[in-house]
Each structure stands twice: as C-alpha cells, then as structure tokens.
Design a protein around this ligand. Structure first.
Ligand SMILES: NC(=O)c1ccc[n+]([C@@H]2O[C@H](COP(=O)([O-])OP(=O)(O)OC[C@H]3O[C@@H](n4cnc5c(N)ncnc54)[C@H](OP(=O)(O)O)[C@@H]3O)[C@@H](O)[C@H]2O)c1
Length: 260
C-alpha cells in the first residue's frame, strides 16, 4: 500500500524512545520529514542519529510539553526546519500509577499537564500551520483506560477520558478546515515506560515474568504489544488512505477493552 507520505512534515512529541520513536521512524521510512522532542538531551540526540538514517529532513529539540513557552518554541523551530507542518502526533506522556487514595494533588496536576494540557497546547500551537496544510492530521496517543476505569491507574483513567473527548470535539471543530483528528488507544505495549513501572511495582521479578503475568489476566491475545504494532496504525492514520476518518478512536490493545 502506498501511503503517499513523501514530503509530508510531521512532529511527534515524546519521540526519543518507545512508541514515539517507533512512530517517527516509520513516518520517516514512508518518506515524511520528521521532528521530535523530549526532555532528556542524550536520548533526543540518540534518536536523531537513528532518524537521520532515513535520509529525510530531521529536526530534534529538547522540550518539555508541560511548558507552554517551550511548546511555542518547539512549533516555531519545527516549522522553520521542515518548512511547515502536516501531521502532529501528540504522544509524550508518562504514567502516574496509583489508586484514588494514594494520588496526591501534585500527581493529579502532573498527569493533567503531561496528558491533557500538552494535547491542548501542542494542538493550539500547531493549528495555524495545520490550516495551511493540504492533508492535516492530529493523532492523539491515548489509553484504553480512557474508556473503562482501572483503579490502579486512577488519574490516567480520568484524564485520558478527557483526552478522548478532546479528540472527538476537535474533530468536529476542525472538520470544516479538513484537519482530521483521531485517537489511538494503547493497551499494554513494551516500552521504557513499562520497564519503569515494573521496577517500581515488582523490582524482584524479571521483565518476562512481570509482562507475561499482566498479559495473562488482562489481554485476550495473551501478550504485550510491540511498538511497531502501534506505529503502523498511526502511520496509516497520517496517510491519504485515512482521508475519511476523523473523530475515530482505535484501540491497539490485543483485545483489551471490556466495552462495546
Ligand atoms: N506503553 C504503553 O503500554 C502505553 C499504554 C497506554 C498509553 N501509553 C501512552 O503512549 C505514550 C508513549 O508511551 P511510551 O510507553 O512509549 O512511553 P516512554 O517509553 O516512557 O516514552 C515517553 C516519551 O515521552 C517523552 N516525554 C515524557 N514526558 C515528557 C514531557 N513532559 N515533555 C516532552 N517529552 C516527554 C519521553 O522522553 P523524556 O522523558 O526524556 O522527556 C519519551 O520520549 C504516552 O503518552 C503513554 O501514556 C502507553
């Protein structure tokens, strides 16, 4: 399938590792010029080296998506480097595991800032550039917990539900401008984020044991996903083959999701 992404210009937030890096690499492999950001300079540089192997234009920037000024700066430099913007992938995120009683106000605020407000602010800053694009896309990386509660990820559950409705509402508001907005809801995908969770929750068990035990109880397909199982669907949504999809919410979750 020719996804016709050659020359499209994409920004992937949190693109230094995990799902974001896989998405940036697949977009570049399909011919897009790409920009990424994250907070850890060494990881941003390592990702830049991998992305430049594609031969496409690559812009990397150390930026924190919880900071409005850094977001403005990121968008400005991205557009300067790539010559515009067609695709925004709001991916940066971090989990604050915990149930209702264990989460502090600070945990809630951090989670709101990195998940909901980063989507709001990055999309707002990208909007004038997306309006100038002939094939504009916003793809919001979300969680299946947006659609059903998990008490162990209490803040994620509540805030991701808001992100899902943000995607849906933006799809309606931007439809007259032909800016397509979709949500990709992740279940369990092996990334550095999950490795951190394992270290906190089960420091004494191996990664294999921990992931297999979680998948057994939660995932009908019986395993964690891989990052390329997410990047494929995101790249498809970014392409012209998805030109009649907006306001859609797609679970990439091995059958997780106890809802119709
Ligand atoms: N993996 C899963 O099973 C899963 C499940 C549900 C949802 N998700 C969502 O999918 C997205 C990607 O997750 P992942 O598993 O790939 O995580 P990851 O491996 O931890 O990667 C997260 C990326 O986001 C960046 N990031 C985090 N906070 C940031 C900030 N404030 N500003 C800029 N960049 C930031 C990280 O770099 P720095 O830390 O250096 O900034 C990194 O590049 C997240 O939104 C996550 O919530 C993942």
């Amino acid at each position: 399938m020719d996804l016709a992404l050659t020359g499209r210009r994409a920004l992937v937030t949190g693109g230094s590792k995990g799902i974001g890096l896989a998405v940036a690499e697949e977009l570049a492999a399909e011919g897009a010029d790409v920009a990424i950001c994250a907070r850890t300079a060494s990881e941003v540089e390592a990702a830049a080296e991998r992305l430049r192997r594609s031969g496409r234009t690559v812009h990397v920037q150390v930026a924190d998506v919880t900071d409005a000024a850094q977001i403005s700066d990121l968008l400005q430099h991205t557009v300067d480097a790539l010559g515009g913007l067609d695709i925004l992938v709001n991916n940066a995120g971090a989990a604050h595991p915990g149930n209702f009683e264990s989460l502090s106000d600070e945990d809630w605020q951090d989670d709101l800032d990195v998940k909901l407000f980063s989507h709001v602010r990055c999309t707002r800053a990208a909007l004038p550039h997306l309006r100038a694009s002939a094939a504009a896309r916003v793809i919001n990386i979300n969680s299946v917990y947006a659609r059903y509660p998990d008490p162990n990820f209490f803040a994620t559950t509540v805030i991701r539900a808001a992100c899902l409705n943000l995607s849906k509402a933006l799809a309606r508001e931007f439809a007259p401008d032909c800016i397509l907005v979709n949500s990709v809801n992740i279940g369990f995908v092996v990334t550095p984020q999950w490795e951190n969770i394992r270290r906190r929750r089960a420091p004494d068990s191996s990664a294999d044991e921990f992931f297999a035990a979680l998948a057994k109880d939660e995932v009908p397909l019986g395993r964690f996903g891989n990052v390329d199982e997410v990047s494929g669907i995101v790249t498809f949504l970014a392409s012209d083959r998805a030109s009649y999809l907006t306001g859609t919410s797609i679970d990439v979750a091995g059958g997780m999701g106890k809802y119709v």
